[in-house]
Write a protein that binds this ligand. Structure first.
Ligand SMILES: Cc1cc2nc3c(=O)[nH]c(=O)nc-3n(C[C@H](O)[C@H](O)[C@H](O)COP(=O)(O)OP(=O)(O)OC[C@H]3O[C@@H](n4cnc5c(N)ncnc54)[C@H](O)[C@@H]3O)c2cc1C
Length: 376
């Protein structure tokens, strides 16, 4: 029996635990920093068919239909005049069993967590040392230790475990944008709508069948290192209010209806950590953090975890290495999306809108740009 340590019980770590449940030659333990989960949190997440396929294999399709939404289109809208430019039909990437899905992040976490036996997750974990001689010795709080054959590092964007293991680590960098998240109550339809403004864009989509929507805006903003360290700044009403008023108003959404506003700086990875060990794998944001303009972070976290298990079972890193190549290409697309969503010069906006109108209906382009990612 081989033992696997999973550090971080987020989307990637929990999904990995779920697929290990059916592997009889492995046992695992999750080390999670938090003292528990908050399944009341209402922010949303989009999952494309590539990750939905993997989730459906572990029973995700049995979630009550009222807790998820299946958008059929992405609408592209110019924020300053609320005019719809075009849309992309998402159903062309679906198959009869797997559909593009939006839901609350907490619904996904709760689904993944409920299949993890209580004695296989250790909350309040504080790993202080990891030694790697023949296998891993993980020391918790300086006094107790446990040994494992494999180590899966899935502790998110600011992975502390990565720095315990590697001498050479590259921290994610602030990408000069702030994310503003909120809940929106009302009836805004069943689609995903992207409002493109000058130096900002915002996205709304339903998270269930109960008229609850996710609102997320990405707003360009230069901040000093002191401001970035000042966590209370991001919670202050004044700062949240200024972010909200920097967005171009639209006749379709009343910003006064936004609830539970939250802001945080957006950090992204610039390269992959140099990890050349057969029994250590990085997963999810700990492996690579994307700009949030392709909505692929969670889907790739799930796909990476799946490829890690295939690599372990296969005894080679082939699947994992292939995933890293895919992630690099998705990162390029995320950066390109971000650039085109934030254009401000009217001539550039005019050209972008016309190109977008053409490409959104061009099957060959859509297959290359989206299909290759969604159908892996
Ligand atoms: C504004 C925004 C919008 C997004 N929207 C989408 C979207 O629509 N669709 C999408 O696919 N992705 C989206 N993403 C990205 C997505 O949320 C992440 O890529 C995904 O959550 C990464 O999963 P993870 O398991 O790697 O990390 P996380 O889900 O962050 O989990 C990491 C876990 O590790 C724990 N942890 C941290 N440090 C330690 C430690 N030292 N020891 C033990 N445990 C630790 C944490 O408590 C947490 O539980 C968005 C991101 C942003 C910023």
């Amino acid at each position: 029996m081989k033992k696997i340590a999973i550090v971080g019980g987020g989307i990637s770590g929990l999904y990995f635990a779920n697929i290990l449940n059916s592997e009889k030659n492995f046992e695992y333990k999750i080390f999670e920093k938090k003292d528990n989960y908050n399944f009341q949190e209402g922010y949303g997440i989009q999952l494309s068919v590539n990750s939905i396929k993997l989730l459906n294999n572990i029973g995700f399709k049995n979630l009550p239909a009222s807790e998820v939404s299946f958008p059929s289109k992405v609408n592209f809208i110019q924020a300053n005049n609320s005019k719809k430019i075009c849309d992309i039909d998402l159903t062309q990437f679906n198959d009869p069993l797997n559909r593009y899905t939006t839901l609350k992040r907490s619904t996904l976490l709760e689904f993944l967590f409920k299949n993890v036996p209580e004695n296989q997750i250790k909350f309040n974990s504080n790993i202080t040392k990891i030694e790697n001689v023949n296998n891993f010795r993980i020391t918790l709080n300086e006094n107790t230790y446990e040994e494992f054959d494999y180590l899966i590092i899935a502790d998110g964007i600011f992975s502390k475990t990565k720095s315990l293991i590697l001498n050479d680590i590259t921290n994610p960098k602030y990408n000069f944008n702030i994310a503003l998240r909120a809940k929106l109550i009302g009836d805004y339809g069943n689609d995903i709508s992207i409002y493109m403004g000058s130096n900002s864009h915002y996205v709304i989509y339903p998270v269930n069948q109960n008229n609850e929507y996710n609102f997320v805006a990405i707003i360009k903003k230069k901040l000093s290192s002191d401001e970035l360290r000042n966590h209370s700044l991001f919670k202050s009403d004044k700062f949240l209010g200024s972010l909200r008023s920097s967005l171009q108003n639209t006749s379709q959404i009343s910003f006064q209806n936004l609830r539970e506003l939250k802001s945080f700086p957006v950090y992204v990875s610039s390269n992959f950590a140099n990890l050349n060990k057969k029994n250590i794998f990085l997963s999810g944001d700990a492996l690579f953090t994307f700009p949030p303009s392709f909505a692929q972070g969670a889907s790739q976290s799930i796909e990476t975890a799946n490829d890690i298990l295939k690599s372990i079972l296969n005894g080679s890193n082939e699947y994992y290495q292939k995933r890293i190549e895919n992630i690099s290409s998705i990162n390029d697309k995320s950066k390109f999306n971000h650039f085109s969503f934030h254009l401000s010069n009217p001539i550039s906006v005019f050209i972008r809108n016309n190109i977008l109108k053409f490409l959104s209906k061009n099957k060959t382009f859509l297959e290359n740009y989206l299909g290759k990612i969604y159908r892996t």
